[in-house]
Each structure stands twice: as C-alpha cells, then as structure tokens.
Design a binder for this molecule. Structure first.
Ligand code: PMM
Length: 297
C-alpha cells in the first residue's frame, strides 16, 4: 500500500509507515551540520532530542563524507562515536552507526548500536560485513564508487538507476556470503555519492524501480547540495545554505514515503515525522478511499 514500506528489516521497529532516521554527525566538518554536535554531550543531547521528536532510529557518525573530505584516523572516529552511542542506547534509543570501518562497527555494536549504516556498502572495509553477520544486526548497503576525496570523478552513467542497482547486486551478494541474513539487508541509492544533481533527480523520480527489488530502501536526501542548487537565490545565484533546506527535504520525504521507501534519513525530525504519517494516511486513502460507504466519506 502506498505510504507504507514495501519491505522491513528484521530486528528494527516496523511501524505501518515510512521510518524516520535522525542524523547526529559527531564531526567538525559535515556539510549539513558540521561542528554543531562535535562535543559528546551535545551529540547525546541532540540524539535524545531527535528521538523525543519522533525519530525511530538515530544515526551516529564520526566521519564526514562530503565531497573532498579527508578521513579521520580510526582512533579518532572511535573517540567521537562510541561514548555517544553508548549513552543513547542506554537511554533506550535505537541507534545506527554510520561507519565504513569494521572496528568502529564492532565497538558500536558492543555498546548498543542496532544497525550498521555503511555508505560504502562493504567496499571500504570488507571485514565490516562479517562483523554485521556475527552480531545478527541489519546493515545499510549504500551505492558507492569511492571515497569522498575522489567520488565526484566517478559520475559517468548511461542509465543511473539501472547501473546503481547492478552495482548494488554484488554488494548484496557479498553481505550474504559473509553471513548477513537477507531480511537484514537494506539498500540505499546513495544520493550525492558519485552522482550529479541531475542523477539525484532521476533517482528520486524512479524510486519505485528501486523499491521493486524487494529490499527495504533507505533514502538520505535531507539538506543535500542538489536542494541548495534548486533553491538558489534567483538574484545572486548563491546556493540555499544547508540549514535552510529542511522544508524542501520534508517535501521529498512525502513523495519518497508514498513510493514505499522504508526509511528517510533526515536532520530535522518533527516535520518529517509528520510527513511520513501524512503519506501513510494518504496511501491508505488511495488504496481504500473509494470503497468506503458514503456516510463515512
Ligand atoms: N549521506 C551522508 C551520510 N550518511 N548514509 C546513508 N545510508 N545514505 C546517505 O545518503 C548518507 C549517509 C552525508 O550526509 P550528512 O552530512 O547529512 O550526514
């Protein structure tokens, strides 16, 4: 039914609507909110706030993946995310760790994370998939063509949706070979990762094809540069800054949720939490509205 996920991941909440994942970037340099939650206590407070506002999952990351970003050393990534995940999980929040490193995933799962979100789909550190399998937790496999410092050199596609789905297939196979349960594999088209702005719009317009693969689909459009470009100042041409892209992000959440995507990853939760409820209700109406007796219409 439109507005409800076409597939769910075993081991995570399964509400009858698209899920909302709130973002906590414990980084000094993320494009969307860099530096705001770099302090551990500020990050914990923000994660608790997102959960209270209706986030089903809180995604904690310690590495910026904005184009051109340099990777932090593994010790630094651990220092950033482990205390935050420990506190949020202890408070009862369902936590996801946004990492490409097996060691960070392992420590995050030890302190209570429920999901591993790997933007490299297991390519950056092949050991990560075994860590996920051993812990029997779900994993997000995102479409990825290389690290942030050179990913925008790999934006050549004949048909972006067909190709990203074909490139995700071996990542799904690798996860299964490592022992990850099929019903714990989530896929993500990777908006903005080795994609041009035009590719992002094509992907968004063809979401039903991605959902039709049968896996839960995560989409992270929130605050991304293609929205800043679309909403550029008509006089100066300056891109709309990230913190002023939330209304546009919410508009996309509504359409994505109607397309039966499993989860949206967003920076600002309240409006998106409302949008997924609206989409679920509208989806029900689209499916059954015409069957109602006249006195209920
Ligand atoms: N984008 C970012 C970080 N993590 N995870 C998934 N699964 N998909 C994404 O598209 C994604 C991600 C980069 O954006 P941020 O600065 O908002 O974290």
């Amino acid at each position: 039914m439109r507005g409800r996920p076409a597939a769910y991941a075993v081991g995570l909440p399964q509400p009858p609507r698209c899920l909302v994942m709130g973002v906590v970037n414990v980084t000094p340099d993320s494009f969307s909110d860099g530096g705001l939650w770099f302090d551990a206590q500020a990050a914990v407070d923000h994660g608790l706030r997102l959960a209270a506002q209706g986030a089903d999952i809180v995604d904690v990351g310690g590495e910026s993946t904005r184009p051109g970003a340099q990777r932090p050393p593994v010790d630094e990534e651990l220092r950033r995310v482990v205390p935050v995940i420990r506190e949020l999980a202890a408070a009862g929040v369902t936590v996801s760790v946004d990492t490409m490193r097996a060691e960070v995933a392992r420590r995050a799962l030890e302190v209570g994370a429920s999901l591993v979100n790997d933007v490299s789909g297991g390519l950056a550190d092949p050991e990560l998939l075994r860590v996920v399998a051993d812990a029997h937790v779900p994993v997000v496999l995102m479409h990825w063509r290389g690290h942030a410092d050179h990913m925008q050199e790999h934006t050549s596609y004949t048909d972006v949706v067909t190709e990203l789905m074909a490139e995700l297939r071996p990542r799904i196979d690798a996860a299964q070979r490592a022992g990850v349960d099929t019903d714990q594999i989530i896929i993500d088209p990777g908006l903005g990762f080795a994609k041009t702005w035009e590719h992002n719009w094509t992907i968004l317009s063809r979401m039903p094809e991605i959902v039709a693969a049968g896996y839960p689909v995560l989409v992270a459009a929130s605050r991304k540069t293609f929205l800043g470009e679309l909403l550029a100042d008509p006089h100066t041409g300056a891109r709309r800054p990230p913190a002023q892209r939330d209304a546009a992000s919410t508009a996309l959440t509504t359409t994505i949720a109607l397309d039966r995507v499993w989860c949206v990853r967003v920076h600002e939760v309240p409006a998106n939490a409302d949008a997924v409820v609206v989409a679920a209700r509208l989806g029900t109406e689209l499916a059954h509205g015409h069957e109602r007796p006249p006195n209920e219409q």
